[in-house]
Design a protein around this ligand. Structure first.
Ligand SMILES: C[S@@+](CC[C@H](N)C(=O)[O-])C[C@H]1O[C@@H](n2cnc3c(N)ncnc32)[C@H](O)[C@@H]1O
Length: 258
């Protein structure tokens, strides 16, 4: 994907509506995954984010994540390059300061010293140069003990990734995917380290539409606790801190859980 393209993909009202109403509409597969991720986020915030003053949601889009996480913080900012996406975010996160712009062009559009930064559904589909520029910019904006939490929603290897590879062959396209090693490298290049990962989606997400979401979540949760399968979730959340920051964090084992 070309650099200009990803910055422009979500600019129109039609795409923003599709993302808000269809992808994260009621009873969709992505909504089911999001329910699991909400629990994972709550757990991360309660254990690893000691100060709850300043929070930034990068690429906040329609406000899905900032609306949920923002409740835990005093000062809440969201930044996104698309005005159309931000229109939806206003309703989900009324107390947040929402900024329209690109921090890779001008870092000063947001503050700094953040205790938590989130960046969901961004890095996977951004092209390499944009991935790195954003990771570096976000790393620079973290407080010394701050935490960056982001996700990769087509992690390899996973059953969903494998299924996408097969479909790609027939459709002549290439869906993005990222392995855990690729992500760790990206994070380290920006001066951060992965403290913890959490995953879901060992069973491909579309199966929840057949099994019913509740049953899918229980089965997926059970399988995720099995050691080999636990590393094969399609949706992985990465929790990162600055390299060498907070000696207590060094004791945290890099682990995978739900
Ligand atoms: C798939 S959406 C994710 C929205 C939200 N984080 C979520 O998980 O629901 C990706 C978002 O990245 C935004 N985006 C793309 N390039 C950007 C950039 N350079 N700076 C800020 N936002 C950007 C798009 O406008 C879009 O809203």
């Amino acid at each position: 994907m070309q650099e200009k393209e990803y910055r422009e993909v979500f600019q129109t009202e039609a795409v923003a509506r599709l993302y808000h109403d269809k992808i994260y509409g009621k009873s969709t597969a992505d909504e089911s995954i999001w329910k699991v991720e909400q629990k994972q986020l709550e757990d991360v915030i309660s254990r690893l984010v000691s100060r709850r003053l300043r929070y930034l949601d990068f690429a906040c889009g329609t406000g899905r994540v900032i609306g949920f996480v923002g409740e835990h913080f005093e000062s809440v900012q969201g930044v996104d390059i698309s005005k159309s996406m931000l229109e939806y975010a206003k309703t989900k996160a009324p107390k947040a300061e929402l900024i329209c712009g690109d921090i890779t062009a001008d870092e000063s559009i947001v503050g700094g010293d953040y205790d938590l930064i989130t960046a969901f559904r961004f890095f996977l589909n951004a092209q390499d140069s944009l991935r790195y520029a954003v990771m570096k910019a976000l790393a620079d904006k973290l407080a010394p003990d701050g935490v960056l939490v982001f996700n990769i929603h087509n992690s390899s290897p996973s059953l969903l990734w494998f299924q996408n590879r097969i479909t790609d062959l027939f459709l002549g396209r290439k869906k993005s995917s990222m392995s855990r090693d690729q992500v760790a490298k990206l994070v380290e290049q920006a001066g951060l380290r992965v403290l913890e990962t959490k995953s879901t989606g060992v069973i491909p997400k579309w199966i929840c539409m057949i099994l019913r979401p509740k049953l899918w979540r229980s089965l997926d949760s059970f399988l995720s606790r099995k050691c080999i399968l636990g590393k094969m979730g399609s949706h992985v959340i990465y929790v990162c801190g600055r390299q060498g920051a907070n000696p207590d964090r060094e004791k945290i084992q890099v682990m995978d859980g739900r």
